[in-house]
Design a protein. Structure first.
Length: 216
């Protein structure tokens, strides 16, 4: 007489094998379904944005055979590395103080700028400005060489291509889009091409722009 417990074990074993086979078949079916779903989404996306592809797909589908080759999807490119922001550096004051001292010595520039000129007539201010202008011009000619940043005629049209130096050209007006920019040259700018400041003795206090004068 067969053992009921043994028969139950055999039936459980057969059921487990059938369940395992069914899970394998279900996994294969799910994998194929996911692949087909991905292909379907790819076809849908391309048909949405490519009218020629959509028309060809429709003709092939109506004929009962669709034969087309999907373009490979380009791998996403890494975002460009952001350019590090320029670090701010403190400008050394020595050269500026030395030049200002020269302008005071030869042109009395500080004396002129510190004066209250509201009570003077235009003729008096103009006469003083002429003296200051002549002295400043002598300092400029002796210690600096300057040249225009842009050599085109002022008032003419200029074109700024991509990559222009924003520190050398100041844009004004309505700025729309990106370069090239086309506009009118209002001022050619100035660039120092050579600096010939005199040497100073070590230990000199350059913050003294002009020594006090004492007559004995």
């Amino acid at each position: 007489m067969p053992d009921p417990q043994s028969n139950a074990s055999q039936r459980l074993s057969v059921a487990a094998q059938l369940l395992l086979k069914w899970l394998v078949i279900a996994a294969k079916w799910a994998g194929r379904a996911l692949r087909r779903l991905g292909i379907g989404l790819l076809v849908f996306g391309r048909a949405l944005y490519d009218p020629a592809f959509a028309s060809a797909f429709n003709r092939g589908f109506n004929a009962g055979a669709v034969e087309t080759q999907l373009q490979p999807v380009a791998a996403p490119t890494a975002p460009p590395t952001p350019t590090p922001a320029a670090t701010l550096q403190k400008a050394p004051p020595d050269a500026a103080l030395l030049l200002l001292g020269l302008l005071q010595k030869d042109a009395r520039l500080l004396d002129f700028l510190q004066q209250e000129v509201g009570d003077y007539s235009d003729q008096q201010v103009g006469a003083a400005a002429r003296v200051v202008h002549q002295g400043c011009r002598r300092v400029l000619d002796e210690y600096l060489t300057v040249a225009p940043v842009r050599t085109e005629a002022e008032g003419g049209r200029v074109t700024l291509q991509a990559g222009f130096d924003p520190s050398a050209v100041h844009l004004s007006g309505q700025l729309v889009g990106g370069p090239p920019f086309r506009g009118t040259l209002v001022h050619g700018g100035w660039r120092a091409t050579e600096v010939r400041l005199p040497q100073v003795a070590s230990g000199r206090d350059l913050s003294i722009l002009a020594p006090a004068e004492v007559e004995l």
